[in-house]
Design a protein around this ligand. Structure first.
Ligand code: NAP
Length: 502
């Protein structure tokens, strides 16, 4: 599908494009598409209607072993790992341009696979992937190593070397952007990579791998293997010849991966995990903006966002004024057909996630929280997994709906009386991924932002940030950092070379 064919941005035009799209579900190994060694496939399903989109290669341990050997050979050959950074940059920049010129096709694949609104995949996800790959490519020939302050008869070099063969395991909620967040720094720093997409959402990663080959990435440097987490993913995590593992996904699986690392070769393991992020609103904040952002923070991507602002922590004195404002903005988040450019929220990814949301809404009611808004499934006749934006008030932070990651459009509203209590509630969580504070008093805003133990904190915004800043979690939200130059550290080893002169 060329981008010229998608000139009209209407539901009808996107439906026609979806009916026409050609999908290759084969794995990407050694620079080309191939079936899994067993020939097995699994369907990938459209969450908007429950229909099969395509059959996708179902790779297992044999495929992983073969892919690791190919990746190792590519790494040892030096064709990529020893290529001048300026030349690696050219390949990555070309790759970004190719993704950009196939934006409509890739956005459509992502919308079909994830159920994400086409307006988001086109305007946010593809752009984020392009920027990440281009930025990492552009950055890599501007990174200098170190010479340390030694005595005159010595010279000490501190250099960063690629890890070698890196595996990346990614989730289904932002398949394209998390894939780019992993591949861009891993490849820029000279590693060979094996990517396992989520079983639910393999399509965009496979397609951009074709474009990487077209951009000049040497065969063998990147492999994309679709397959199950419990078998293929586990085999990768236990593999003795994979040097690094970068993961985005749930906290329980992240913990498992650390154990696999310890049980195998201590592969460097970096994790981006779950969250239960606090969004703190003080009485002196810009309440109109805080209310619209509160809805965005939790309902964007159907709440299937690691950084979702799922705990709205509101100064008690403004609760009666503020909650109606949040409800008003939440009405704009009713789910609809993801192929409609006017849709802002799509379905849940699958029936299991949908059921999880239903279960937590029942738990919230049982715990005594007040269901203020939503709380029902919608569009059931579509065959898709749609759920209304849902708000509980009267929540206390000990309730399960305030402590556990629901990963759906469910907001828990919690009152506070002063800044210390707001911080205490915010920090009373096993997670520490993101958060925000709303106040026009710079002292309150900064004090609270500083005290909340999370990797990213917004002051008077939610979801702020770009590729120049690192992204990752404190506590059980993970240990690695995606984005920015700091991401390069996760994909490299520091080496000291100490030279003595005669
Ligand atoms: P998940 O169940 O942990 O799965 C993530 C990936 O791990 C998938 O590719 C999955 O494969 C694979 N996997 C599952 N079990 C495995 C095992 N035993 N060994 C190796 N790999 C295994 O998470 P998810 O449900 O896809 O994604 C949602 C979670 O991701 C949420 O907790 C969310 O907060 C988190 N997340 C975090 C960030 C961040 O940057 N901090 C960003 C986005 C999402 P299958 O698909 O085959 O199961």
């Amino acid at each position: 599908m060329s981008d010229e064919t998608q000139s009209e941005n209407t539901l009808k035009a996107w439906q026609a494009a979806a009916a026409d799209i050609q999908i290759d579900g084969r794995a990407f190994i050694n620079g080309q598409r191939s079936d899994s060694l067993s020939g097995e496939t699994r369907p990938t399903i459209n969450p908007a209607n429950g229909n099969e989109i395509a059959e996708v290669a179902y790779c297992g341990a044999d495929d992983a072993d073969q892919a690791v050997n190919i990746a190792r050979e590519a790494f040892e050959s030096g064709m990529w790992s020893s290529m001048a950074p300026a030349d690696r940059k050219m390949v990555l920049v070309r790759w970004a341009e190719l993704i950009e010129s196939h934006a409509h096709e890739i956005a459509l694949l992502e919308t079909l696979d994830v159920g994400k609104p086409i307006a988001d995949t086109l305007n946010i996800d593809v752009g984020a992937a392009v920027r990440t790959i281009r930025w990492s490519g552009e950055a890599i020939d501007k990174v200098y190593d170190e010479i340390t302050p030694t005595p005159a008869n010595c010279l000490a070099l501190v250099t960063r070397l690629p890890l070698g063969v890196v595996a990346a395991i990614v989730p289904w909620n932002f398949p394209l952007s998390t894939t780019a967040w992993k591949l861009a720094p891993a490849l820029a720093t000279g590693n060979s990579v094996l990517l396992k997409p989520a079983s639910n959402t393999p399509l965009s990663a496979l397609r951009i791998a074709d474009l990487a080959a077209e951009a000049g990435l040497p065969a063998g440097v990147l492999q994309v293997l679709p397959g199950s987490g419990g078998s293929l993913g586990k085999h990768i995590a236990l593999h003795m010849d994979i040097d690094g593992l970068t993961f985005t996904g749930s906290t329980p699986v992240g913990k498992q991966l650390m154990q696999y690392s310890g049980q195998s070769n201590l592969k460097r393991t970096f994790l981006e995990l779950g969250g239960k992020s606090p969004n703190i609103v003080f009485a002196d904040g810009n309440l109109e903006l805080a209310a619209s952002s509160a809805a965005l923070a939790v309902f964007y991507n159907g709440g299937q966002t690691c950084t979702a602002g799922t705990r709205l922590i509101v100064e008690e004195s403004i609760m009666d004024e503020f909650l109606p404002m949040v409800i008003e903005h939440s009405k704009a988040w009713m789910p609809g057909d993801p192929l409609d450019p006017a849709t802002v929220m799509g379905p849940m990814i699958d029936s299991a996630q949908y059921q999880t949301v239903c279960d937590y809404v029942a738990i919230g009611k049982e715990e005594g929280a007040e269901l203020l808004f939503g709380g029902n499934a919608v569009h059931e006749q579509s065959g898709g997994f749609y759920y209304q934006p849902t708000i509980f008030s009267g929540v206390n932070n000990q309730m399960r709906i305030a402590q556990e990651e629901i990963f759906g459009p469910v907001l828990a509203v919690i009152p506070f009386r002063n800044a210390d209590e707001a911080v205490q509630i915010a920090n009373d969580s096993i997670y520490g991924l993101a958060g925000a504070v709303w106040s026009r008093d710079i002292n309150t805003a900064h004090k609270v932002a500083n005290a909340v133990r999370v990797g990213t904190m917004g002051i008077n915004n939610y979801f702020g940030g770009d590729i120049t800043v690192p992204f990752g979690g404190f506590k059980q939200s993970g240990n690695g950092r995606d984005k920015s130059m700091h991401a390069f550290a996760d994909y490299t080893e520091l080496k000291t070379t100490w030279i003595e002169f005669e």
